[in-house]
Each structure stands twice: as structure tokens, then as C-alpha cells.
Design a binder for this molecule. Structure first.
Ligand SMILES: Nc1nc2c(ncn2[C@@H]2O[C@H](COP(=O)(O)OP(=O)(O)OP(=O)(O)O)[C@@H](O)[C@H]2O)c(=O)[nH]1
Ligand SMILES: [Mg+2]
Length: 367
């Protein structure tokens, strides 16, 4: 599976994931800063005088225009591959919108030609309102429609929440995203390479799983069979991803150390049974391990508009906070000066005590 990185974030993450990734960007300068001899860099030209070097300036319309120039090239490339993009800016959002609209318009796409999408969402509490708005439009519009058409592969929703909350350097965070993705993507290779103890996930099984038009939340951890699997799943959710909804389908790979008990997976099946999910799975022996290690993927189909609903709520709160701040800073100052004197007069008149009250207040230093 080749990585295709679109826009700033998509370029940087794709290049880390795949040394021969293809990068698309409106901004040639931004793209040329990414090192890698085998990268295939494609400039998506925008004929506005400002576009070429500055990117799309958070405007998805510019990205969409650029898409038209590279549509044919991209069209041939995306089948069976992975598209990586952020949703907040103009380039990645606009070009990925073009891709999704094309996918939606097709009757049916075969399993081996589905596209796997990795999207990086902004952290709505700290990132700019434009990024959040663009992301909402993207999820409500082209992404929702592509999912409804059934023509996308899995969609992984990375979030920048953890990056901001834990103050992680961008490059390091991108590496975390790539390392995490690689744990999931290694499932079929580990099945090839390691001794099978139970079940089997071959490349075809894996490709079928990732070709489904659902959101994919994957996580992994050292599994302690003496403790509740459910608790361990909750404690080890993938913090780089948006939290999952109830699983529709699932897959897991359990690696046990040499001579380890291969039957511990039955307990895991019980967990999925209670959720009415029958996962595909395999158990392998990994001589490099000291403890059992599990990689799980859950597919869920929360409608993008519900996701967006949450985004919208937070966005509204942010807008409200901004309004409050501007009121405090620009309106309330003169209001404070409105003067206690006037208010005291009003209060005094109400009580029928006239100027006495004002005199009293003056004396005690309130005016
Ligand atoms: N995790 C991560 N997020 C990034 C990175 N670069 C940008 N972002 C996020 O991506 C969003 C902005 O999108 P970019 O990818 O810079 O935008 P673009 O697609 O290049 O579009 P324009 O810059 O408007 O042309 C924001 O939410 C950023 O926080 C990165 O290297 N890593
Ligand atoms: Mg950019």
C-alpha cells in the first residue's frame, strides 16, 4: 500500500510512513522542505498569483481548484492505496474533497481498489476557528457522502488533541502517528512471518477488512489474561485517535511469547460476543516477547454528522467565549464608568431618600 500525502500535514506524515510516498501540495516550497530521495513530489498548481508558494491559505476552494489540475494523476493512484491529509487547511481539505467526490460518483469500487483514508483533525479547543470550520464542512459534506456511497475503505480519524494537551513537538507527534499506524498495518506480515497457533489473518482477509467504509479505531497493549479484557481495552484506547463508538466489526492479533498459553484468546472472544461482534483473529508465537501483546481494530460507523455535532458544540462554546471576551474588553469598561453616582441616585430615588444617600456614600468613600 503506497502512501499519498496531501497538503502540509499529509506530506509530512506520508513521508515518514513511506520513503517512496507520493506527495501533493499547492505549496512547492513547503513540499521541497521534506527530505527523502525517493519521494515523488507533485506540485498541484494554482494559477492565482499567490497560490504557488503560499499554499491554500486555509481556503479549501483553492485546494479544490488545484485538484482539477491533478485529478487524472490522482485518480490512477488512489486505488488500493492510502491517502493522508489534514482536514483543517485549504490544500488537504480541498484536494481530498475532490477525491471523495469522485469516489462517491462511481457505481462500485472493488475490494482491492478501495482507498484507506487517514485524516488529521484539529484540536477544536486550541486550534484556529477556520481549521475547525473547514473540518466540519468536510465531515458533513464530502466525507459523509462518500461513506454513504459505500465506496471508501476504512477511515482513521487522528486527532491533534494529544499533541496540544501534552505539548508534543510536531515532528515527534507525526512519528507517533506513523509508529501507531505501523502496528496496525503489520498484522498480515506478522501472520506470514510468525508461527501460527490459532486462526489466521492473511493479506486477503486484511485487505477485505480495511476495504469497508467504516471508521477504524485500532489499539494495542500488553495483555494480562488474569485481568478483565474490557478494562484493559478501555485503559488502552489509542489516544492519537478519536474515541470509538460501538464496534460493528473487529479484528485482533494476539502474540504470545514462546511457550505461552495460546488459549487465552478465548476470553477475548467472550468480550466481543457480549458486544455481538464476531471478530476475525489470529494467535501467533512471537519469541521476542516476554508478555502477550494484542493488536485490536474496531470498525464503527458513527455518522459524520454526529461527530460534527460535537465539534459544533465546542465551536459554539468557543465563539461564545470570544463574544464574552470582546464584551468584557470593549463594552464593559465604559459601562463601569457609568458611575455609581448615577446608580446611587436611582437607588436613592426609589427609596425616596433623595441626595442623602449620595452624600452618605461620598462620605464613606464609595464615590
Ligand atoms: N499532526 C500534525 N498536524 C499538522 C501538521 N501540520 C499541520 N497540522 C494540522 O493540520 C491542520 C492544518 O492543515 P495543513 O495540513 O497545514 O494545511 P494544508 O492542507 O497544507 O492547507 P493550506 O496550508 O491551507 O494550504 C491544522 O489542524 C494543523 O494543526 C503536522 O505536521 N502534524
Ligand atoms: Mg499548508
Amino acid at each position: 500500500m503506497m502512501a499519498i500525502g496531501i497538503g502540509g500535514a499529509g506530506n509530512k506524515i506520508a513521508a515518514k510512513l513511506d520513503s517512496s510516498a507520493t506527495l501533493f501540495n499547492v505549496s512547492k516550497t513547503e513540499m521541497d522542505k521534506i527530505t527523502g530521495e525517493d519521494l515523488n513530489r507533485i506540485n498541484a498548481p494554482v494559477h492565482a498569483a499567490s497560490g504557488q508558494y503560499k499554499g491554500s491559505r486555509m481556503n479549501p476552494k483553492i485546494g479544490k481548484t488545484a485538484y482539477l489540475a491533478i485529478q487524472n494523476e490522482l485518480h490512477e493512484m488512489i486505488g488500493g492505496n492510502m491517502v493522508i491529509s489534514s482536514t483543517g487547511g485549504g490544500t488537504g481539505n480541498g484536494i481530498t474533497t475532490g477525491i471523495l467526490e469522485d469516489i462517491t460518483a462511481v457505481d462500485e469500487i472493488e475490494v482491492q481498489n478501495k482507498t484507506f483514508f487517514c485524516l488529521v483533525l484539529p484540536y477544536d479547543k486550541l486550534e484556529s476557528a477556520e481549521y475547525v470550520k473547514n473540518s466540519i464542512d468536510f465531515m458533513q459534506g464530502p466525507l459523509a457522502e462518500a461513506i454513504d456511497s459505500g465506496n471508501t475503505g476504512n477511515i482513521v480519524l487522528f486527532s491533534n488533541q494529544c499533541k496540544f494537551e501534552e505539548k508534543i513537538a510536531e515532528d515527534e507527534y507525526n512519528q507517533m502517528i506513523v509508529d501507531s499506524l505501523n502496528v496496525f498495518l503489520a498484522i498480515p506480515d506478522k501472520n506470514d512471518r510468525l508461527k501460527l497457533l490459532d486462526g489466521h489473518i492473511d493479506h486477503e482477509d486484511f485487505n477485505l477488512f480495511i476495504s469497508k467504509p467504516f471508521f477504524n479505531h485500532f489499539n494495542y497493549f500488553d495483555y494480562n489474561p488474569a485481568e478483565s479484557f474490557e478494562k484493559q481495552m478501555d485503559a488502552n484506547a489509542n489516544k492519537l485517535l478519536l474515541p470509538p463508538e460501538d464496534a460493528i466489526e473487529a479484528m485482533f492479533l494476539l502474540e504470545v511469547p514462546k511457550g505461552g498459553d495460546p488459549t487465552i484468546f478465548y476470553g477475548i472472544l467472550e468480550y466481543f460476543k457480549s458486544m455481538k461482534v464476531s471478530p476475525i483473529y489470529s494467535v501467533v508465537e512471537n519469541p521476542d516477547l516476554k508478555k502477550p501483546f494484542i493488536t485490536v481494530s474496531r470498525l464503527y460507523s458513527r455518522k459524520p454528522y454526529e461527530l460534527v455535532d460535537e465539534f459544533n458544540k465546542i465551536n459554539e462554546q468557543n465563539v461564545q467565549a470570544k463574544v464574552d471576551k470582546s464584551v468584557e474588553q470593549h463594552v464593559e469598561l465604559p459601562k463601569l464608568e457609568v458611575s455609581l453616582e448615577k446608580e446611587a441616585k436611582v437607588a436613592g430615588k426609589k427609596r425616596g431618600v433623595g441626595d442623602d444617600v449620595i452624600a452618605t456614600l461620598k462620605r464613606i468613600g464609595k464615590l
